[in-house]
Write a protein that binds this ligand. Structure first.
Ligand code: IMP
Length: 183
């Protein structure tokens, strides 16, 4: 790994400008859906990958929202569905609320399928998902974000919240790592 993180990137998939533009579009689309019904949603970011995306997205909401965060992890070594561990639960109650889950990427879909179930079990009135990225080739569980920023090929991507070994989350764009970084 280089001392300058951008030097580890082979190519950029989405620039900061492209992401900003897409966040504005997504916020407008989401707001139209909620505001038409006079709803104040709880926007729940899944730590840590959603942080830059959530920060950018919520800037463009013109109507009231509540925000909260949750941290979950998959149990290592399991391939079954139904195994997420809650490291940090939301502070706000989701009961009767309209929940918008914010995720960095939908990969196998396992995490979101479980988190969605958790909120339904908590009595949320409605659960929707917004994801910055979608990697459909890797899907194991049949789940689709209600709102999606960009579709990515089956490659490991980093930046804008996404990490490799906890690194690269602070890159202001999304890119593919140079192969020698993995090797
Ligand atoms: P899923 O449960 O397989 O959909 O996994 C989702 C999580 O895996 C995401 O929230 C990411 O933290 C991580 N992940 C999946 N693909 C990538 C990638 O290409 N780069 C970085 N993290 C990824």
């Amino acid at each position: 790994m280089s001392n300058v993180i951008s030097e580890d990137i082979e190519r950029v998939l989405f620039t900061e400008e492209q992401i900003e533009t897409r966040c504005k579009e997504l916020a407008a689309q989401i707001e139209a859906d909620y505001d038409d019904r006079g709803i104040t949603p709880i926007v729940v970011g899944l730590l840590k990958g959603s942080v830059p995306f959530m920060a950018e997205l919520i800037k463009y909401f013109r109507h009231p929202i509540e925000i909260d965060f949750m941290s979950v992890s998959s149990y290592a070594g399991t391939t079954s569905v139904g195994d997420v561990k809650i490291n940090k639960d939301t502070d706000l109650s989701a009961k009767g609320k309209h929940v918008l889950i914010v995720e960095d990427i939908v990969d196998t879909g396992r995490t979101l399928a479980e988190v969605r179930k958790l909120f339904i079990n908590k009595g949320a009135a409605d659960v929707k998902i917004v994801s910055l990225l979608d990697k459909p080739d890797r899907r194991v569980v049949d789940i689709q974000a209600d709102y999606n920023g960009f579709t990515v090929p089956n490659e490991f991507v980093v930046g804008y919240g996404l990490d490799y070994n906890q690194c690269y989350r602070n890159l202001p764009y999304i890119g593919v790592l140079k192969p020698e970084i993995y090797e």
